[in-house]
Design a protein. Structure first.
Ligand SMILES: Cc1cc2nc3c(=O)[nH]c(=O)nc-3n(C[C@H](O)[C@H](O)[C@H](O)COP(=O)(O)O)c2cc1C
Length: 200
């Protein structure tokens, strides 16, 4: 099958060996991330996704100072070396996208459409995933590697105070990105008959 979208989706992988040599200018990466999030769909076109885009020293602060110091007292001392190395590998990249969902948008929707009130937090999570996939794939197309991380809610308060993040923004994921320093591992796929049913 040769469809451009599928070729693109094949290009997006989890890259843990990141470097700082971006193939395009930071400003272009910033614009790409913003446009990918703008174009991602959301329930009722509510556009609940928000992002803080960290480059260079700011991204290093996230991983080497904030996340490391929060995890240090929580991770058993004998396990910290591997945590330390993992956080350093994220800091080795060129930047990190922090993905948020604005809880005020969800509250407004719940007031406006009480019939769907229970669904809006779920729709918000779906929208977050779509925004993350859009950014991850757009970066991959630009030759930039990334991985998806989840250190919320541990790091939320410190991140919010460091970069003045609005209180209504809820941190959902972190995407450290940078140059691809290693080839990707082989990816395995489960059998189609477990996953799919086509009916006519
Ligand atoms: C919802 C979601 C959560 C994930 N959480 C993490 C995570 O916390 N840490 C991590 O290293 N990878 C995480 N991943 C990456 C997956 O492990 C990875 O996408 C999967 O193994 C397939 O590999 P690929 O990304 O190379 O296609 C997550 C992926 C998704 C979609």
């Amino acid at each position: 099958m040769s469809h451009n979208a599928l070729t693109l989706f094949t290009t997006r992988r989890s890259q843990y060996a990141l470097g700082k040599n971006l193939p395009i200018a930071e400003a272009e990466v910033d614009a790409l991330i913003r446009q990918a999030i703008r174009l991602a769909p959301s329930s009722f076109n509510s556009q609940s996704s928000r992002a803080v885009i960290l480059f260079g020293a700011a991204s290093e602060t996230l991983w080497k100072s904030i996340t490391k110091e929060i995890l240090r007292p929580l991770v058993p001392a004998e396990a910290f070396a591997s945590t330390d190395a993992k956080l350093d590998s994220f800091a080795a990249g060129a930047g990190t996208v922090l993905f948020y969902e604005d809880q005020d948008v969800i509250k407004d929707l719940q007031q406006k459409y009480p019939l769907y009130a229970d669904n809006f937090p779920i729709f918000s999570e779906h929208s977050a995933g779509m925004a993350q996939f859009a950014v991850w794939t757009a970066l991959a197309e630009a030759g930039i590697g990334a991985s998806l991380q989840h250190y919320a809610p541990l790091i939320d308060a410190k991140v919010a105070s460091t970069w003045d993040v609005p209180a209504s923004w809820k941190l959902r994921a972190q995407l450290p990105f940078g140059s691809n320093q290693k080839p990707f591992n082989e990816k395995s796929f489960i059998a189609d008959d477990i996953r799919f049913k086509t009916v006519r």
